[in-house]
Design a protein around this ligand. Structure first.
Ligand code: SAH
Length: 223
């Protein structure tokens, strides 16, 4: 059907969920127009069922977000794909994620970037994501418990920044921590639906802002 198909199928992973995961990627991700072979491959091999609470395991590859406790959710697979495609992560990139949640988005990014730094405000979620990622061998993901409005100044600048909870406006600290030539993707707005916003910092330092499709995210909390 598409040129990239031969690079991706079958999903080269073998666990009880491989067939479900392959169907998820074909129908929900590739079927809706995501074409990046690296991203399709990463989603093909990332065991999403190990990032959801055990009682939701059989729903892990459904076309919806799932609750992960503490009022948080693991995003719908398509939303993870859409934001990752907009982010355009590269193998040499240092990435910052705000809103670790389950750690699933970080795991997908870990396969497409050099290093992923991810900040989660809820201590229990930060701990469990750290454990999940470590047990699966994602050694290039670093989880910190903290307030994402501050970013991660000690590790700045970042080539890519992805925000997975919705702030009313893009936090100033995150824009400051974006490298020249870097890109930030965030769902922005305080209403029920938000707008995906893409901010590019040009090599000369100037900022360029564009707006993507509407999305539905949990609000980014203030401490
Ligand atoms: N990326 C996650 C889904 C994120 S859900 C995944 O792949 O599973 C949004 C997450 O943002 C929640 O875990 C929530 O606790 C966290 N969050 C909310 N406000 C935050 C803030 N100010 N700083 C950091 N994390 C925050």
């Amino acid at each position: 059907m598409v040129g990239s198909a031969a690079l991706v199928w079958p999903c080269h992973a073998s666990d009880a969920f491989t067939a479900e995961r392959e169907r998820m990627v074909r129908e929900q991700i590739e079927g809706r127009g995501i074409r990046s072979p690296g991203l399709l491959r990463a989603m093909c091999v990332t065991p999403r069922h190990l990032f959801v609470p055990s009682h939701f395991r059989s729903d892990a590859y459904g076309d919806y977000p799932l609750p992960i406790g503490f009022g948080a959710t693991i995003s719908q697979p398509y939303v993870v794909a859409l934001m990752t495609e907009l982010l355009e992560p590269g193998k040499r990139h240092k990435v910052l994620e705000i809103g670790t949640g389950s750690g699933y988005q970080a795991a997908v990014l870990a396969q497409l970037a050099d290093r992923v730094y991810t900040v989660e405000i809820v201590p229990e979620l930060a701990d469990s994501a750290r454990k999940t990622l470590r047990s699966l061998g994602y050694s290039n993901v670093f989880v910190r418990q903290g307030d994402g409005y501050e970013g991660w100044p000690e590790q700045a600048p970042f080539d890519r920044i992805i925000v997975t909870a919705a702030p009313p406006e893009v936090p100033e600290a995150l824009i400051r921590q974006l490298a020249a030539g870097g890109r930030l993707v965030a769902p922005v707005g305080s209403g029920w639906l938000q707008q995906l916003v893409v901010i590019d910092r040009k090599p000369d330092g100037t900022l360029h802002r564009s707006v993507g499709p509407p999305v539905l995210f949990l609000p980014m909390k203030r401490n």
